[in-house]
Design a protein around this ligand. Structure first.
Ligand SMILES: C[S@@+](CC[C@H](N)C(=O)[O-])C[C@H]1O[C@@H](n2cnc3c(N)ncnc32)[C@H](O)[C@@H]1O
Length: 254
């Protein structure tokens, strides 16, 4: 995947001819690219797994599960995993990986989730919230489907990277969309992200009823040092993603 910051401040420019955020269109290439790469395989996914800790027997919703790499890791560690993603193409790959009996749903995280109240011990949302302009309805739904004491473990593009490195914006405090161009197999795909200041993220979690437990900027997996020496140095000295653990508070004892 080649990334160039196209960068249009809101209002967003219509992106022709390819569809914006066409994960179906580049599902296979994206999945292949992120399977063993430094950023996802040796940083984003291990960081979520480390924050999750022992997941044996935990019912986990993988929100924006993509082709299911994180779901597979969680399942290997003993979790009972359900996946949801808006891309049927990504879910088809997840099904190939996880098997026909995997509990996978096509669904938009901006809408009501097709699960009962309190159905999960954890929700993981790896690198997906930054596709959403308004986190309010999504976090409210994640809160609803978690049991009291349940955790949401989320990773997003680091807001300071979005501000300072990727297409610097004039107003750090505004929530703005920008469009990146991803290139797979010589074809360019527009991908739109929403960036917001750090406090807007923590405010959104608390407004949805979560308690902030951990805010983390972890190092990449040391095993990658030899595999990707140059990029490892870059990633271990520069910001990339930001990780949160937030919790549904237990009801107070009388
Ligand atoms: C960068 S990939 C991350 C995949 C996986 N969570 C991981 O960490 O490897 C983002 C995923 O979010 C999904 N996605 C984007 N917007 C979504 C939305 N509104 N509702 C559900 N899924 C969405 C995409 O289809 C894609 O599979």
């Amino acid at each position: 995947m080649t990334r160039t910051t196209g960068g249009s401040e809101t209002p967003l420019q219509p992106a022709a001819p390819a569809r914006v955020n066409d994960y179906d269109g580049f599902a296979e290439a994206f999945s292949e690219e992120t399977e063993n790469n430094l950023l996802n395989a040796y940083h984003a996914r291990p960081a979520v797994l480390a924050l999750a800790g022992d997941v044996t027997g935990r019912r986990i919703l993988d929100a924006g599960c993509g082709s299911g790499a994180l779901s597979a890791d969680l399942r290997d560690r003993g979790a009972v995993v359900t996946g949801i993603d808006s891309s049927a193409g990504m879910l088809a790959l997840a099904r190939q990986r996880l098997g026909d009996d995997a509990d996978l749903h096509v669904g938009d995280l901006g809408e009501r989730l097709p699960f009962e109240d309190g159905a999960f011990d954890d929700v993981v949302a790896s690198l997906v919230l930054h596709y959403l302009e308004d986190w309010g309805p999504t976090l409210a739904e994640m809160h609803r489907v978690l049991r009291p004491g349940g955790r949401l473990i989320a990773s997003v593009q680091h807001p300071f990277v979005d501000y300072a490195i990727q297409n610097p914006r004039p107003d750090y405090f505004a929530t703005t969309g920008y469009t990146d161009e991803w290139t797979f197999n010589g074809r360019s795909y527009p991908v739109t992200f929403w960036r917001r200041p750090l406090h807007a993220m923590t405010d959104a979690f608390t407004a949805a009823g979560f308690r902030l437990v951990t805010l983390s900027e972890p190092q990449p997996d040391p095993a990658a040092r030899e595999l990707f020496p140059k990029d490892f140095h870059h990633l271990s000295t520069k910001m990339s993603f930001l990780f949160f653990v937030v919790e549904v508070p237990e009801p107070r004892q009388p």
